[in-house]
Design a protein around this ligand. Structure first.
Ligand code: IMP
Ligand code: MG
Length: 176
């Protein structure tokens, strides 16, 4: 890695293996269900994970995208969650699977879950590639989790810091 601020935490091979395992877990859960499934990608950070996971599923959910923002150009927590892009498809009576990049304090995902329940879905489940368990402030449950992390700010595989590093294939720790 050329940038001295970055240290590889999860190499791309490990990420791809785990995404395959998650796709299998999720497929086993939904494959024989009666109600349709809508996979909701949380922009922007989850877009790389979503594209990889979606192509490995053994069923074809409808897809939609929401955009939430909870961090600005800094890496400390900002309580305010912005709902910048709403759903476009109906989720009424459908099974919703949220695909998120990382759950940190839980504020963002808690906000989204509450918004989605207002649309009268059959169920709402959460799949997050990363979960910073130690910093959890709100008791949200992640139903399908890729990796648990200790504290630290991570970038790559879609995750950014001030819009940088999304293109990295590995997930790296960014030292301040
Ligand atoms: P929460 O609301 O504290 O759970 O934060 C969740 C959101 O903050 C995620 O969807 C990310 O967009 C962002 N975030 C939290 N931790 C990190 C990180 O380590 N790297 C990049 N983005 C992060
Ligand atoms: Mg996110």
């Amino acid at each position: 890695m050329e940038d001295p601020q970055l240290e590889v935490l999860l190499p791309k091979k490990r990420i791809q293996e785990r995404v395959g395992e998650l796709a299998k877990e999720i497929s086993d859960y939904y494959l024989f269900s009666r109600e349709p499934v809508v996979a909701v990608c949380v922009l922007k950070g989850a877009f790389v994970f979503f594209a990889d996971l979606f192509r490995k599923l053994q069923f074809q959910p409808e897809i939609d995208f929401v955009r939430l923002a909870s961090y600005g150009e800094k890496t400390y927590r900002d309580d305010q969650v912005y709902y910048a892009k709403d759903l476009e498809v109906s989720i009424q009576s459908k099974q919703v699977l949220i695909i998120e990049d990382i759950v940190d304090t839980g504020n963002t995902i808690d906000f989204l879950i509450r918004q989605l329940w207002d649309h009268d879905p059959k169920s709402v489940k959460v799949c997050s590639l990363l979960h910073k368990k130690e910093r959890k402030e709100i008791g949200v449950s992640v139903d399908f989790c890729g990796f648990y992390l200790e504290e630290g700010f991570v970038v790559g595989y879609g995750l950014d810091c001030a819009e940088k590093y999304r293109h990295l294939e590995d997930i790296c720790i960014l030292s301040q």
